[in-house]
Design a protein around this ligand. Structure first.
Ligand code: PLP
Length: 383
């Protein structure tokens, strides 16, 4: 048996609960913006509050139709139209698309190879007089330990920090959850994510004003649910009740999924430490990654395509997609925003791989991946 790149896990009991609730939702006729959306919002906020329950310190959460929508709404709420938004070059296209959708111009920034995130130096290098916001992306579920310094730089320049937390459900730095560092955090519930609702997204914020604005934007910019009085340029960014119950049930597995992912990552880290030149991204002190991705960087000159093909062909081990293989400033659709070379992002995009991590991965699968990586890497490099 091979090892798949990713696996979407809904145990039988969860599937049965979702099916029964779907039946109830369909009979009720309340198919969108109803009680399950509100429950999902409350549960997600509680799961991202420092004390871990429905405490007074829980942030506010607004459910929407996708992670891209969550980002665009957050950026619309803080107001970036006609100004610059800084995004790291090594992120998903959606980060940039959301900023463009909110009316901004893109400025691409380089990254710190140790975290795959913006650093104070790369942020400072990208700042323009017209910068309205910075999107910090927690690639692979890792929050950079520079996050407080990045916040300080943003505050100093009166720039809004928004977190793209599409990868970072339940991830923390210094005990603080993703989504609590910027004015808002945008999560994705795309099927491969640590928590999924099928499709969907969530805006997390400590600001009641931003949460109210986000609710207006997600429903066509309407001033209220029942009137056709449009006070903002919103869009059809609602989450359906069927998606909401799917996310609500899946969210209960978040803590145990992250535990298993962390066990797998720890085993990979121990076993691969001895493989010369195979450079796994390390979790800095104080960081608790959710290991949405397990990232390792191959040495210069090591042929990634061949490495992946031999793992698949000779060992039936399929690697997950990179995060990301082509930086945004080299994407044809975004060519007009390409500025100077961004060497660290270009280098990391070209050289890293993502080993399989599933929330129900067996020990045998982990050992199979390790044996395959050791054999293929050893044959290719002599390590
Ligand atoms: C870094 C990042 N940002 C944004 C998104 C957009 O999320 P969605 O696919 O839910 O729109 C994704 C999703 O894949 C992502 O990985």
């Amino acid at each position: 048996m091979g090892v798949q790149a990713a696996r979407v896990i809904f145990p039988a009991a969860d599937r049965a609960e979702i099916a029964a609730t779907a039946d109830e939702i369909l009979s009720s006729g309340i198919l969108t913006l109803g009680p399950y959306t509100r429950q999902f919002e409350a549960a997600f906020a509680a799961a991202h509050s420092d004390s871990g329950d429905h405490a007074a310190d829980a942030p506010l959460a607004v459910a929407v139709s996708s992670g891209t929508a969550a980002l665009e709404i957050a950026l619309r709420c803080v107001g970036v139209a006609g100004r610059d938004v800084i995004v790291p070059a090594n992120t998903f296209y959606a980060t940039a698309a959301a900023a463009l959708g909110a009316g901004a111009r893109l400025v691409f920034a380089d990254i710190d190879p140790a975290t795959f995130a913006l650093s104070p130096a790369t942020l400072n290098a990208a700042l323009t007089p017209q910068t309205a916001a910075v999107v910090l992306v927690h690639i692979g579920g890792l929050i950079t330990p520079d996050v407080d310094e990045l916040r300080r730089i943003c505050a100093e320049h009166e720039i809004t920090l928004i977190e793209d937390a599409a990868h970072a459900h339940g991830a923390t730095w210094a005990g603080r959850f993703a989504g609590s560092f910027g004015s808002a955090g945008a999560f994705s519930f795309y099927p491969t994510k640590v928590v999924t609702s099928g499709e969907g997204g969530m805006i997390v914020t400590a600001s009641p004003e931003l949460a109210d604005e986000a609710r207006i934007y997600r429903d066509q910019g309407k001033g209220s649910f029942t009137t056709n009085h449009h006070v903002r340029r919103g869009y059809a960014w609602r989450m359906s009740e069927l998606n909401a119950v799917t996310g609500l049930v899946h969210l209960r597995r978040m803590a145990s999924s992250i535990e298993r992912r962390r066990e797998v990552a720890a085993r990979y880290g121990d076993a691969l430490a001895g493989l010369a030149g195979f450079d796994a991204l390390r979790e800095p002190a104080g960081c608790r990654s959710n290991f949405y991705k397990y990232i390792a960087v191959l040495p210069p000159g090591c042929d990634r395509a061949r490495f992946k093909k031999e793992l698949a062909d000779l060992h039936e081990v399929r690697l997950a997609g990179e995060v990301y293989d082509v930086p945004l400033h080299q994407q044809p659709a975004l060519a007009q925003f390409a500025g100077p070379p961004l060497p660290a992002a270009e280098d990391m995009c070209a050289r890293h791989v993502c080993l399989p991590v599933h929330s129900d991965m067996t020990d045998d699968e982990v050992e199979q991946v390790l044996a395959a990586v050791t054999a293929v890497y050893g044959a290719m490099t002599g390590a």
